[in-house]
Design a protein around this ligand. Sequence first.
Ligand SMILES: NC(=O)c1ccc[n+]([C@@H]2O[C@H](COP(=O)([O-])OP(=O)(O)OC[C@H]3O[C@@H](n4cnc5c(N)ncnc54)[C@H](O)[C@@H]3O)[C@@H](O)[C@H]2O)c1
Length: 285
Amino acid sequence: MTINKVLVVGLGLMGRGILQVCAQSGFESYGYDVSEEAVKNAIGFIENTLEKRVKKGKMTEDDKTKVLANIKVVSDLNEAKDVDLAIEAVFEDINVKQDVFKKLDEVLQPNAILASNTSALPATPLASVTKRADKFIIIHFHLPPTVMRLIELVRAIQTSDETTESAKEFCKAIGKDAVEIKVDCPGFLTNRTMIPLMNEVVYCLYEGVSTREDIDLAFKSGFNWPMGPLQLMDFIGLDTLLHIMEDLHKRCGGNKFLPCPLLSNMVAAGYCGHKSGKGFYEYSK
Ligand SMILES: NC(=O)c1ccc[n+]([C@@H]2O[C@H](COP(=O)([O-])OP(=O)(O)OC[C@H]3O[C@@H](n4cnc5c(N)ncnc54)[C@H](O)[C@@H]3O)[C@@H](O)[C@H]2O)c1
């Protein structure tokens, strides 16, 4: 299926970046969020990012105008009913996501592909709440979507080859590297391996193995990471990270994904990272 029009549902940290990537790649790009504030923040964020690119000489004013003209914010999903692809980027909660897919299934034209940007939930239970499970796929972007090239494509057991091919073509059109995950397993490839590492890093801080600055320095100097893991976790959002870990723990058992108490306590205290002004580090709003 040829994809021309894309809808992004949920315009938080990930959704706003995905919307920008689609608009920059020339797609007619629709955005929807239940929160008016999130919509306002997302559009403000995209305008600022494009303006910075213009100032740095990476984009012309004319290009910026064209990208913004590709974006249409809708307050009712019916206004986007003829899109070819919908990408869901709402909270990492299976019930919230399933409700979104039931609604999209009702509203969108029958050929439209339904995709989730979930970090770690399996594809099959999401596909199964729709009447078009063969047209469901996970398109997992990485943070920040405007910069990171990797996309994990995860098939539900019902996903058709045609849907996978269309998703691959879409990834190519937006300039990303698609990695196909062959088994519908929780956490896929990147989060299955990164989440236990992140959790272990939090344990190191919790046990006083080293300071936050030195822990981050170790990964930057030792492994050439562009930022340390504690800073990265602050940007991902500690609440999002905790949701991912709790879900992986529930699905996989054992201790591999059992969240460090420090992480649970920080989220309980409202220290959710960059977006809340405080996480492992402090941020001015
Ligand atoms: N944060 C990351 O680094 C990262 C990376 C890759 C994937 N993800 C995944 O992307 C998804 C979104 O994460 P995020 O970090 O952008 O979260 P976020 O909290 O920043 O944004 C979620 C947005 O969804 C909106 N929303 C909630 N329910 C909705 C509904 N029913 N309909 C429409 N909008 C709704 C909220 O208003 C909010 O703006 C999650 O599944 C997450 O696991 C996150």
